[in-house]
Design a protein around this ligand. Sequence first.
Ligand SMILES: [Zn+2]
Length: 558
Amino acid sequence: MIGVIADWADLEVVREFFELFKTPWEPCQKDQEYAVLLSAGNGPFYGNAKLVLYYAGRKTHYDDSNQIETGRQRHNTCILSYQGDRIPIYGDTLTFPDGGSSILRDEDSRECVAYVDRSKHRVLVRIGYDLFSEIRTLLAAGQPPVNAKLPALELHIAFLRNLITGCGVPLVEIPPVPAGHRFIVCLTHDIDHPSIRQHQWDHTTLGFVQRAVLGSLRNVLRGRMSARDMLKNWLAVLKLPFVQLGLAKDFWRDFDDRYLALEKGLGLRSTFFVIPFKNRPGRNVRRPSPHYRAARYGAQDIADTMQKLLAAGCEVGLHGIDAWLDVDAARQELAEIRRLTRLSELGVRMHWLCFDQQSPLTLEKAGAAYDSTVGYNETVGYRAGTTQAYKPLAAKRLLELPLHVMDTAMYYAAYLDLSPREGKALLGRMVDNAERLGGCLTINWHDRSLAPERLWDVSYRELLQDLKTRGAWFATAGQAVGWFQKRRSAIYETKAEATQTGCARVPAEYGDDLPGLQLRRHSAQGSEEFGTNGSAGYVDVPFDDSIDTSVPFPTRRQ
Ligand SMILES: [Zn+2]
């Protein structure tokens, strides 16, 4: 059990951090003896523990009264090196004169930013940044694209976990890993262009022609496309006038069959986000050419396709227009998809990923089941620094399933402009992270990405094969959020009366289609070996209802 000393103003952030860590904790009670005390914030230090973890990015009274020698305070973003990982810090950092027991260093200056002091009756770890202010930044503002590939929030958890076990204290947690699997994968498809015929000869069609004719040739010359695929694209351009006249097949219209053939063949189910109304660009879009945001179709136009996808076990959600900024608009947009699907629970992803810090509350008020918008248009990675579904600070119940990989960000010339080989390597690193950290890898492959002129089907097929071999649980977005809700509902409590051990319990009933949880028991390592993977010395025990933690919990003094 960790006793936590933090500012009351940070309580929501502290709660969310420990929902994501899912290890027993409580706000520090003055008369209680804890195995670990974690202090962060501006208030005074109090309490007793054999292990004290003291986080602050500035010199404090605690430093003075404990004769802690401090170095300089810095206000700029920096990256800390930790056992091969890079942890970005967005708030203040404090350095310490190097006493030889440094465990975190500034990547550039090599100055010590955290060290272990075992010289007194207790072990003290002084860490020169404010943990909860970092978590607040990640959950509220998110990371700039330059740090997208750093799963910062997960690294803060991994670092804390390793501090505790590395300092000789055993730990339990319910990791973000479903029983029987290594991690979760959500395959999602934003439906932006389900028919090229509906575009007539607008900017989308002209862009298609340009990329199919010249872009394909350029890609062949750069070794990024086969001559066969180039010919396929050229043929599609030649067919286009006939498609527009209704005399040839609309090659963007069969996206459902293309995805069903590929995914169902592997036994997978995916989630499709559908735009409710045609010709609406939406309000307050702060990107170039905002009028291009208007879709040429509305959900009504693909009502049969939605039914077909649902019948095949897929999920359908709202690809919202104004739902992110207006409760009434969100209600109308959700109502349109509900009317056509008869689904009561609908998740949301906003078109062009339009979002602000109040959007989770807006969507929650309108009755959305979850959101999956927080990601990047221009790059791949962890905007909120996490692989887990989390509760945004503005929301009361709505969970955010962050979006990590978007095909267009990887392959479009204006964004990362990756070759298929580079794309495969980047995806491999994202899957490595999911395997190592758990949580969910959320992928968006757009509706027309398997068709001319993109033809990104080979990359997608290879990705699915890789994910299958690595033991992922393939969930629809709603199922993944449901599993995270189940994990969040688990509580730690002290077992009956005299015993000092605790148990973890899931108080509510959850559907059979969700995998179970696991209790991970870390044994104490009792050394100064701090590794981020936390893989040394733990045992996972699956459970569904309740389980003994076998780790002492404090008994309350009456
Ligand atoms: Zn979209």
